[in-house]
Design a protein around this ligand. Structure first.
Ligand code: PLP
Length: 392
C-alpha cells in the first residue's frame, strides 16, 4: 500500500481544491489590506464581508455577529474568558461538561485560578449530558453554560435545543463549541437559543488557522485583542484574508449536498462498525449508537493498547487516532472515555476512525481486513487475552 487511507477527519481535513482555488489570488494578486482606502484594499474588504455573510446565512445569523478568529481554540477561549471577565459583577459561576475539548476544559481551569467557580456536568454511558444535573446546578451566580454540540472523540451529539431552552429560561448565556458540528449538521442559532458558537474551517475542508465566534447581539463580552478596529473593535489585527475566503467557500460547499453527503458517511460508518463486530470479539462501540456524527467511529479493542494499534495501522498506510489529537502522545486515557464510565485499562485500547468526503467502501473493507490481522497479532502477545480464551 502506498496510498494513504486517511480516517482522521475529526483531527483535520484536507483543503478542497475549489476552496484552494478561491483562496490563491488573495495571497499575491488581491493582497490588499481590507482597511486600506484604495480599490486593492476594498477588494479584500468585500471578500471578507462576502465570506462573513456566507457563514452567517448558514447558521441563520446576521453577518455583523460573526467574528473571525484564528481557529476553534481561540473562539473557545474568547467565549469563556470574554464572558467571564465582562460579567464578573453579575456572578462568578460557569457550567460546562466533563467531555469538552481541552480548548474549553483548560480555559475553565485557568478561570478557576482567577477565582471563578466551574461545575463540570456528568454524562451518561453514551456521552449525553445530564440535563437534570444541569438544571440543578444553575444558581443566581451562574453567568454561562458552555456545552459542546458534538463530541470530537466519541461523536455524540448533545440535546442542544433543550440546553438552549434551559439557559434562556434562567437568563444564562449559552455557548456551544460546534467545531465538530459545523459543516456536518444543520444549525440555526435562533431555533436552538445559542448565544455564542465556536467554529474552525479546517474541520470542514477549509484551511487551518481560521475560525469564528458567533456572538448574539446584547451578549456582554470583553474584546479578545486590542489594537486596530478590525472585527468591530473586538478582535484586532489585519484579517487573514485568504483564510477567511477559504472558510466562506468551504462552508458553502459543506451545506450544498449535506444530506447526500451525510447519508454516504453513515453508510460507510455503519458498514465498518458492523464488519468489525462480526469479525473481532471483545470490542465495544463508544458513543451513542445513532445520535452521533455521521463520520465518527470509536471502538475499544480489549487487551490492546491504542498506541500499538495506531502504529500498526500506520505501517499499513492507515491514519486513525486514539483519544483526541491533542492528547495522543501522552499515555493518559481519554477524559471522555473515563467520563462515560470505561475503566482505565479499556479506555487505553480505543481507536477513533473519522470518515470524510474522500473515503470509499473499498477503503472501509481494507481497513477492517487489516484490523482483524493486527488485533489478532497484538492479542497473541497479551497474556491476559490468552487467559480469557482458555477459560472460554
Ligand atoms: C478541533 C477542535 C477544537 C480546536 O480547534 P482548532 O482550530 O484546532 O483550534 C475545539 N473543539 C473541538 C470540539 C474540536 O474538535
Amino acid at each position: 500500500m502506498t496510498k494513504l487511507i486517511y480516517m482522521d477527519n475529526s483531527a483535520t481535513t484536507p483543503v478542497k481544491q475549489e476552496v484552494l482555488d478561491e483562496m490563491l489570488p488573495y495571497f499575491n494578486i488581491k493582497y490588499g489590506n481590507p482597511s486600506s482606502i484604495y480599490s486593492l484594499g476594498s477588494t479584500s474588504k468585500v471578500a471578507v464581508e462576502t465570506s462573513r455573510e456566507k457563514i452567517a446565512t448558514t447558521i441563520n445569523a446576521n453577518a455583523k455577529d460573526i467574528f473571525f478568529t484564528a481557529g476553534g481554540s481561540e473562539a473557545d477561549n474568547w467565549a469563556l474568558k470574554g464572558v467571564a471577565f465582562a460579567n464578573r459583577k453579575k456572578g462568578n459561576h460557569i457550567i460546562t461538561s466533563k467531555i469538552e475539548h481541552h480548548g474549553i476544559l483548560h480555559t475553565c481551569e485557568y478561570l478557576e485560578k482567577q477565582g471563578f467557580k466551574v461545575t463540570y456536568i456528568d454524562v451518561d454511558e453514551y456521552g449525553i449530558v445530564d440535563l437534570n444535573q444541569l438544571k440543578k446546578s444553575i444558581t443566581d451566580e451562574t453567568i454561562l453554560i458552555s456545552i459542546m454540540f458534538a463530541n470530537n472523540e466519541i461523536g455524540t451529539i448533545q440535546p442542544i435545543k433543550e440546553i438552549g431552552r434551559i439557559a434562556k429560561e434562567k437568563g444564562v448565556y449559552f455557548h456551544t463549541d460546534a467545531v465538530q458540528a459545523i459543516g456536518h449538521i444543520k444549525i440555526d442559532v435562533d431555533e436552538l437559543n445559542i448565544d455564542m458558537l465556536s467554529m474552525a474551517a479546517h474541520k470542514f475542508y477549509g484551511p487551518k488557522g481560521i475560525g469564528a465566534l458567533y456572538i448574539r447581539p446584547g451578549v456582554k463580552i470583553d474584546p479578545l485583542i486590542s489594537g486596530g478596529g478590525q472585527e468591530r473593535n473586538r478582535r484586532a489585527g489585519t484579517e487573514n484574508v485568504p483564510g477567511i475566503v477559504g472558510m466562506g467557500k468551504a462552508i458553502e460547499l459543506a451545506y450544498e449536498n449535506l444530506d447526500e453527503h451525510n447519508n454516504k458517511l453513515i453508510e460507510l460508518r455503519d458498514r465498518l462498525i458492523k464488519k468489525v463486530f462480526e469479525s473481532i470479539d471483545y470490542v465495544r462501540l463508544n458513543g451513542h449508537p445513532t445520535n452521533r456524527l455521521p463520520g465518527n467511529i470509536n471502538i475499544c479493542f480489549e487487551f490492546i493498547e491504542g498506541e500499538s494499534l495506531l502504529l500498526s495501522l500506520d505501517m499499513e498506510g492507515i491514519a486513525g487516532s486514539s483519544g483526541s489529537a491533542c492528547t495522543s502522545g501522552t499515555l493518559d486515557p481519554s477524559h471522555v472515555l473515563l467520563a462515560i464510565g470505561l475503566p482505565h485499562e479499556i479506555a487505553h485500547g480505543s481507536l477513533r476512525l473519522s470518515l470524510g468526503d474522500f473515503n470509499t467502501k473499498d477503503e472501509v473493507d481494507y481497513v477492517v481486513e487489516k484490523l482483524v490481522e493486527i488485533v489478532a497479532r497484538l492479542r497473541s502477545m497479551s497474556p491476559l487475552y490468552e487467559k480469557v480464551k482458555e477459560v472460554k
